[in-house]
Design a protein around this ligand. Structure first.
Ligand SMILES: O=C(CO)COP(=O)(O)O
Length: 249
């Protein structure tokens, strides 16, 4: 059985006191689904979030990392640093990193390798832009993003990989992929994995959908057979909304 996962990507939101109050609110929520729950606060709040959630089953994860072990990379954070504050999972390849920080497939391949080498789990994000979808080119774009950053890996590496399909046109826009569009793309992603690594690997990898998931649409999206969870932006900043989504499974 593939894992159901709901992860909140807080992006560049919440200072220390807001982080602590949101975590208090999260701890007051009741989980009634089998989904693994994760939150990704900013780097500055990882340690305090980890400490506050030590006894909870909400995992604290990071939004990004550098590929180098350490050294002269001003402003960057390594896998080792993340592990030193209890973080075991990192989001890589978010479209905002690709767009605003010029992260390429080639760079992301190095980051994936660095994270896996440290024994971390990776939530690897990708997705097409609106123009790609309008041109009917979305499968090509997504297929290449996956191949270029991940297909140098051995099959065994996929036990530590979670995929997140986030169509850029649906992020923060209020526009969601329809459940059918999400299902079609997730099925394509699984087929792409199966062609390279075989059905066993393809069937074992959780594929999350991200892009304007809200309490009102989560249940329908999560009901699709190849949608194994969600990567949630805006709606993860309110504990009640986030748990309504967690409990949509
Ligand atoms: O980018 C996202 C999660 O990583 C999605 O953001 P929204 O849920 O705000 O559209």
């Amino acid at each position: 059985m593939r894992k159901h996962i709901v992860a909140g990507n807080w992006k560049m939101n919440n200072g220390l006191s807001q982080t602590q109050s949101l975590i208090t609110d999260l701890k007051n929520q009741t989980k009634s689904s089998d989904a693994e729950v994760m939150i990704a606060p900013s780097f500055t709040n990882l340690w305090s979030a980890f400490e506050s959630l030590r006894k909870s089953d909400i995992e604290v994860i990071a939004q990004n990392m550098h590929f180098a072990e350490d050294g002269a990379y001003t402003g960057e954070v390594s896998a080792g640093m993340l592990k030193s504050v209890g973080v075991k999972t990192v989001i890589l390849g978010h479209s905002e990193r690709r767009e605003y920080f010029n992260e390429t497939d080639e760079l992301l391949a190095k980051k994936v390798d660095a994270a896996l080498a440290k024994g971390m789990r990776v939530i690897f994000c990708f997705g097409e832009e609106l123009a790609d979808r309008k041109a009917g080119n979305e499968e090509n774009i997504v297929g290449n993003q996956i191949k270029n950053a991940l297909f140098h890996l051995e099959a065994t590496a996929f036990k530590d990989i979670v995929l997140a399909y986030e169509p850029v046109w649906a992020i923060g826009t209020g526009e969601t992929a329809t459940p059918e569009q999400a299902q079609d793309m997730h099925a394509f992603i699984r087929k792409t994995l199966a062609n390279k690594y075989g059905a066993d690997v393809a069937d074992s990898v959780s594929i999350l959908y991200g892009g304007s998931v809200k309490p009102a649409n989560a249940e329908e999206i999560f009901s699709k057979p190849d949608v194994d969870g969600g990567l949630i932006g805006g709606a993860s900043l309110k504990a009640e909304d986030f748990f309504a989504i967690v409990n949509a499974f």
